[in-house]
Design a protein around this ligand. Structure first.
Ligand code: COI
Length: 354
């Protein structure tokens, strides 16, 4: 399919790579295409990054019919640019589209468009340690209409943001809080789709957690409020009695690609790993028995993020003495070494761009 490119009149200054945070700076260009029932996805274009005029009645603004992805481009030591399992992101985006009644994308076409955008923007991929170019593919419902139904028209766009660590703590352990007051997702809902409503639903509890000095909320299931699910911006892993355990996918947990990468690497190395239903009581008991060795989160933005403290009701437990544990460190190193091309790619995950 034809793709048109509109050149920017001026280019932005590149940021200081030693000061990158998360998600505040954007590159010079973005990719856009539109969907109408008669033409399907069409009008593929790369344009200067700019505000997008939206009719105030645009359905996405009212009913959040939309989905997004998060992946990263990495600069290797030789200066080349590579992606990590990008096909999995477009596959998941299509699963989100099916759940949100939106038209699917041609995954190869979307990846091809992303590669073309990245080739133009390759100078924006930072090279400092722990930095990368965060990629946000997004689909939104575009009909100007206030009735509740599936939109007929959609827009897909990809924006790029040079980033450092997601948490200000960097790779230092974060503190998380379990909530009984709110739930993020329920059985049969949209919890496993990467859709804006899940994040909106999480904000009040996150704000309360922040006020108490915690970085994030550790969500319990929405039915019994008993089983551990995820953290909202990352999946969660526990090391209990030398076994790496993560909550089994159940329809309300986001199927994270970094989560899947940890599991696959663990199996590749014959580490003891399992996906199972795990209750907060089991976790607290494991801690009381001295068997809870480590807790860490996984996510594209968060990479592998050690957890040093969990608050549950009145109980506050310290994990690995608030230090980074050996399992979190091993998986952090393994995954980032593959992403940055510092090691061989045993499971064929890397896709070269430029
Ligand atoms: C990601 O890890 O890419 C996410 O989407 C999490 C968050 C920044 C929304």
């Amino acid at each position: 399919m034809q793709l048109t490119v509109t050149e920017a009149a001026t280019l932005k200054e590149k940021p200081d790579e030693s000061k990158l945070g998360f998600g505040t700076l954007f590159t010079d260009y973005m990719f856009i295409m539109d969907y109408t029932p008669d033409k399907g996805w069409h009008s593929l274009r790369i344009e200067p990054y700019a505000p997008m005029p939206l009719d105030p009645s645009t359905m996405f603004l009212h009913y959040a019919q939309g989905a997004f992805e998060g992946l990263k481009a990495y600069r290797t030591q030789s200066g080349s640019i590579q992606l990590f399992r990008p096909q999995e992101n477009f596959r998941r985006l299509n699963r989100s589209c099916r759940r949100l009644c939106m038209p699917e994308l041609d995954e190869d076409l979307a990846l091809g468009a992303l590669k073309q955008l990245l080739t133009m923007e390759k100078d924006w991929v930072p090279g400092a340690p722990q930095t990368s170019l965060y990629i946000r593919p997004t689909i939104i419902a575009m009909d100007p209409y206030l009735g509740v139904r599936a939109s007929h028209t959609y827009r897909f766009f990809i924006i790029l943001s040079p980033v450092g660590a997601y948490y200000p703590e960097g790779f230092s352990p974060v503190k998380i809080q379990v909530t009984h007051e709110y739930v993020r997702a329920v059985r049969g809902g949209v919890g496993e789709a990467k859709t804006p409503g899940n994040y909106a639903a999480s904000i009040l509890a996150s704000e309360k957690a922040h006020r108490e000095g915690y970085s994030q909320v550790l969500w319990l299931d929405g039915v019994e409020q008993k089983y551990l699910e995820e953290v909202g911006s990352m999946n969660i892993f526990f090391v209990i009695d030398d076994e790496i355990v993560t909550p089994a996918l159940n329809g309300s947990i986001l199927p994270g690609i970094t989560r899947d990468s940890v599991i696959r690497l663990a199996k590749h190395w014959n580490d003891n790993v399992s996906e199972k239903k795990i209750s907060i009581d089991t976790l607290m008991q494991a801690h009381a028995d001295g068997k809870l060795q480590e807790v860490f989160g996984s996510g594209t933005a968060a990479v592998i993020s050690p957890v040093g403290e969990i608050k549950y009701g009145d109980q506050v437990i310290s994990i690995s003495g608030g230090e980074v544990g050996p399992v979190a460190l091993k998986y952090y190193n393994a995954i980032t070494d593959i992403q940055y091309g510092k090691t061989e790619d045993p499971l064929g995950w890397v896709v070269q761009v430029a």
